[in-house]
Write a protein of this length. Structure first.
Length: 93
């Protein structure tokens, strides 16, 4: 999966945003994982794009990282939109 360039924040993936927020707050993957009751390896998989987060997990991560409410809502909406697009594509097959 191609990574977005950091100078283009609108193109950052959820994983990129998660990693940036975590590192900005000087948290390890293990520390963030503990705050949201998931494994550190799951945090790493989310950041690398191997796994996708559910809207409820996105909200829990955002809360743990003290992200703004508007950012949480926008991220959750984008996640839901992508899930719907994937479902539509699968049904078309």
């Amino acid at each position: 999966m191609a990574r977005a360039h950091p100078s283009q924040p609108e193109n950052l993936t959820l994983g990129d945003r998660l990693r940036i927020a975590r590192k900005t707050r000087k948290l390890s993957a293990a520390q963030l994982a503990q705050k949201v009751a998931i494994s550190p390896s799951y945090v790493q998989k989310l950041e690398s794009g191997v796994r996708k987060a559910s809207p409820s997990l996105i909200l829990a991560l955002a809360k743990a990282l003290s992200a703004s409410l508007s950012n949480r809502v926008a991220t959750a909406r984008n996640c839901l939109r992508r899930q719907r697009q994937r479902s539509t594509k699968l049904r078309a097959l």
